[in-house]
Design a protein around this ligand. Sequence first.
Ligand code: HQG
Length: 182
Amino acid sequence: MKDLKDFVQLSKAVSHALRHEPWLYELELDNEGWVFLDNLISALRNERAEWANLCENDLVEMVKKSNKRRHEIKGGFIRALYGHSLVGKFLRNSAAPPERLYHGTSQRGAQQIFEKGLLPMGRQYVHLSINVEIAVQVGKRKDKNPVILKVAAKEAFECGVVFYIGNDAVWLANEIPPMFIK
Ligand code: HQG
């Protein structure tokens, strides 16, 4: 596999399997979201003719070439680092967040969020970005003029809100009450 476009397609299928519908690929995730890499590879080989010879190296390359660190491969296992919509919550290590985090959303979403706070909605966790630029990209998925919310993350943490590391650009939280959002 050489073409970047092929890796994007592969990454989408991997995210679908590891974040949303693992049962369609006959995969069972452990309580941190990990699956055997070999099981995922076998499932993907059956998905598309061009993936019939897929190997571990293709998935390693996919992770390396991706514009975001969505997946993690370790010791023969693979998992998605964030984005899960599966029922329940995979275990994460909590950590002290930076002073500020950001969240890009739609104009309509922002109104609700100022009232009710940031909620995970369809996912296991609320997703927060480490800077405005990334938050703008996230928000543009929802609205061509996204609203960028500033989250007083350190203050929230000091008041008992629990944060988790997703990857180098994404932080996760169970919810962010309105008082910490500007
Ligand atoms: C909104 C992508 C109303 C929230 C991205 C968002 C991210 C509320 C939407 C990752 C609300 C959920 C996740 C409330 C939150 N009332 N709306 N109280 N609280 N919302 O897609 O954060 O490219 O599930 O603002 O880059 O947009 O797939 O979450 O608009 O990192 O790797 O509810 O997915 O990563 O939308 O995106 P989403 P998100 P990938």
